[in-house]
Design a protein around this ligand. Structure first.
Ligand code: PGA
Length: 245
């Protein structure tokens, strides 16, 4: 299947950061994998404008489960689409931790986002204590179960495996550990949805120096990249590694 290199800018970036998008497009006018940048909401429309007519897709970092209403500070899925987004990240561990998002809340957001026409990148991952306790596969299976609602459209679904302890730390699981989680995800998703075509991304301290070995693993179809997506040169190198995989 076609790979996906997705960048998550998190709460970083102002107008001048859009130059990174222009530099990325200069480096990769027509990559052989899909390329996505999820800027902060304030930059969505401008990023979509900068990416217009190019291979780069633009996504949101979260959306509300409701279509509209009295939810100060929140953004609906339709608003993301209106701003030019084709994708949305849901259930990132920073949302789960900072905003107490449960699997049930994530599931409601998946329904809303898919109904609005977005491709949903649903994040799962264990904490360090859960890994040390030997509970990684159980935790991830439970998160997948609870975060994907009944009626999930597998054709609009991407899963990102992001160990919480590997995000922004420079630490990564061993290649065997990544491969074992991805194999379990593939089996669980194939059993539930009857397809092995749901892209599985790895996320957590992906950078140019480790991208190639991670993309060589079976059942790894791309990456969700935080820090290294903020610099066009680094993200372009990750896109190159995925294109070559
Ligand atoms: P990182 O973040 O690449 O900075 O570790 C990954 C993520 O949170 O998606």
């Amino acid at each position: 299947m076609r790979g996906l290199a997705a960048g998550n800018w998190k709460m970083n970036g102002t107008a001048e950061t859009l130059s990174e998008i222009r530099a990325l497009l200069g480096a990769h006018p027509s990559p052989t994998c899909d390329m996505l940048i999820c800027p902060p909401a304030t930059l969505l429309a401008r990023a979509a404008d900068a990416a217009k007519g190019s291979a780069l897709k633009i996504g949101g970092q979260d959306c509300h489960a409701a279509a509209s209403g009295a939810h100060t500070g929140d953004i609906s899925a339709a608003m993301l689409v209106d701003a030019g987004a084709s994708h949305v990240i849901l259930g990132h561990s920073e949302r789960r931790a900072d905003h107490a998002e449960s699997d049930a809340i994530v599931a409601a957001k998946v329904t809303a986002a898919q109904s609005a026409g977005l491709i949903t990148i649903v994040c799962v991952g264990e904490t360090e204590a859960e890994r040390d306790g030997g509970r990684t596969l159980d935790i991830i299976a439970t998160q997948i179960d609870g975060s994907l609602p009944k009626g999930t459209d597998a054709g609009r679904l991407v899963i990102a495996y992001e160990p919480v302890w590997a995000i922004g730390t420079g630490r990564t699981p061993t290649l065997d550990e990544i491969a074992s989680v991805h194999a379990a995800l593939r089996t669980q998703l194939a059993t539930r949805f009857g397809t092995d075509q749901i892209p599985l991304l790895y996320g957590g301290s992906v950078k140019p120096s480790n991208a190639e070995e991670i993309f060589a693993l079976p059942e790894v179809n791309g990456a969700l990249v935080g820090g290294a997506s903020l610099k066009a040169a680094d993200f372009a190198a990750i896109v190159s590694a995925l294109s070559a995989a």
